[in-house]
Design a protein. Structure first.
Length: 441
């Protein structure tokens, strides 16, 4: 007879092996065009332009968006661009599996301006428009260019809010950011081969691979990976509450050479980047911002960073080539002197507070922070707070990179952790059964 304590080891090893397997592999469940679903191919003239489907901002044209057969029609598609009137159409059904339905939006130009008013509930959220400097809600942007703008709202303890809005020429648009509390959230770990691909979730730049994005609402999310010289990857991934979903994508080299790409780097990082008036993302330290699928010809790249002069570049894009933009931004004088702080965390999506004032969600650039000493607090639910002090000189740019540690409190076990715990319990029970009885005292 095999002793009970010895027979427990194979069982324990099996459980431990299972516990170290990936929590969830999202590559097979992603709805890639031409596989489990049909798709909408959205193009525009001019391009790029911002695209919303059924009220959800998903990215810039040209864009191939997978549509699940279980989606409920009709579908409303809106294509917008700053300085142009929006284009809208409605499609009554769903594409068949493997079918691609093409839409071409021809936009009419407008040179007018309008007014944008942003409120939030709860009040006091940090508001950004097209990745620019933040204001506290309620806030009114006057004489803003007519057309589309990306509005984001951030508040500690709440899920970030994102909306694409259209400002009518000479008119006023109001946006109310109804913020949802951080409940039923998970994390998404995104990897790619090769690495360094820019990650967009619901059309919003979230960093570059390999990265982990935390505080994502449980449910389905639309993902785009962009890397110059490679085909864009698009798919939908289901993030489960209190779990880490893993997305590992092998990128494909571009086979068609009909478009070109642009790589943007700025010193200092943290500048918002627009291509032909369409917001693309924010430059990061150590990796260029990739703008892919650009039609050949002359294009305008604009970089903006608070306390620095705007930098505009005319870029000639050639099919099958990568055009670099390297911008050294020129600071403008400020009365008291200020510096910039770029904060990144692993996982991303953590709240950043400076001197107990909420600044935004990582990865984050604070372009204008008064020189002197400051306290820094990085906070995410389920992780230990990170606290530090900063000493900033006028004109200085500081990078803060933090790996957050799980708090061990109020963190639900993933299947991996649960399996390991069960294995240890089984070992203890079997070992206890095989132990001789204790002598009476």
């Amino acid at each position: 007879m095999i002793p009970p304590e010895r027979s427990a080891f194979p069982f324990l090893l099996l459980l431990i092996a299972f516990s170290f397997a990936p929590a969830v592999s999202a590559l097979d469940q992603a709805n890639q065009p031409g596989r489990q679903s049909g798709s909408f191919l959205i193009e525009s003239n001019p391009s790029p332009a911002e695209v919303t489907i059924d009220g959800l901002f998903i990215g810039e044209s040209p864009l191939n968006y997978p549509v699940s057969p279980s989606s409920i029609p009709p579908h409303t598609i809106t294509v917008s661009k700053t300085g142009y009137y929006p284009w809208t159409t409605t499609y009554p059904g769903n594409p068949q599996p493997g079918e691609t339905i093409r839409f071409l939006a021809t936009l009419e130009p407008s040179t007018a301006v309008g007014t944008l008013t942003v409120t939030s509930s709860p009040p006091g959220a940090l508001i950004t428009v097209d990745g620019g400097s933040g204001q506290q809600a309620p806030w009114t942007y006057r004489d803003i260019r007519a057309g589309s703008h990306v509005v984001q709202a951030f508040l500690s303890g709440y899920q970030p809010f994102t909306s694409l809005v259209d400002v009518p020429p000479g008119g006023t648009t109001s946006v109310h950011a109804q913020l949802a509390t951080l409940a039923d959230v998970g994390s998404l770990q995104v990897k790619s081969t090769p690495g360094g691909a820019d990650v967009y979730i619901e059309g919003i730049f979230k960093g570059f691979t390999a990265t982990t994005i935390g505080n994502l609402a449980a449910g389905e999310h639309f993902i785009i990976l962009k890397l110059a010289g490679y085909q864009d990857w698009t798919g939908t991934v289901t993030v489960k509450a209190n779990q880490v979903t893993i997305l590992d994508v092998p990128l494909q080299v571009k086979s068609a050479r009909t478009t070109g790409d642009v790589e943007v780097v700025s010193i200092p990082p943290g500048a918002s980047v627009s291509l032909d008036g369409v917001f693309q993302g924010v430059t990061q330290a150590g990796n260029p911002l990739d703008i892919t699928g650009i039609s050949p010809g002359s294009h305008t790249v604009l970089l903006r960073l608070e306390n620095y002069k705007d930098a505009t570049f005319a870029v000639e894009v050639r099919a099958g080539e990568i055009s670099p933009v390297n911008a050294t931004l020129i600071p403008v004088s400020s009365p008291g002197g200020s510096g910039a702080v770029q904060v990144s965390s692993d996982p991303a999506g953590a709240s950043v507070l400076v001197d107990n004032a909420f600044q935004g969600i990582t990865p984050l650039t604070i372009p204008s922070l008064p020189s002197g000493n400051h306290s820094l607090l990085i906070r995410m639910d389920g992780y230990q707070d990170y606290q530090s002090s900063l000493s900033l000189s006028p004109g200085q740019a500081i990078q803060v990179q933090v790996s957050l540690s799980p708090s061990g409190r109020n963190v639900p076990l993933s299947p991996a952790g649960a399996a390991l715990a069960l294995g240890l319990c089984a070992l203890l029970i079997l070992a206890r059964r095989g132990r001789p009885p204790r002598p009476p005292e």
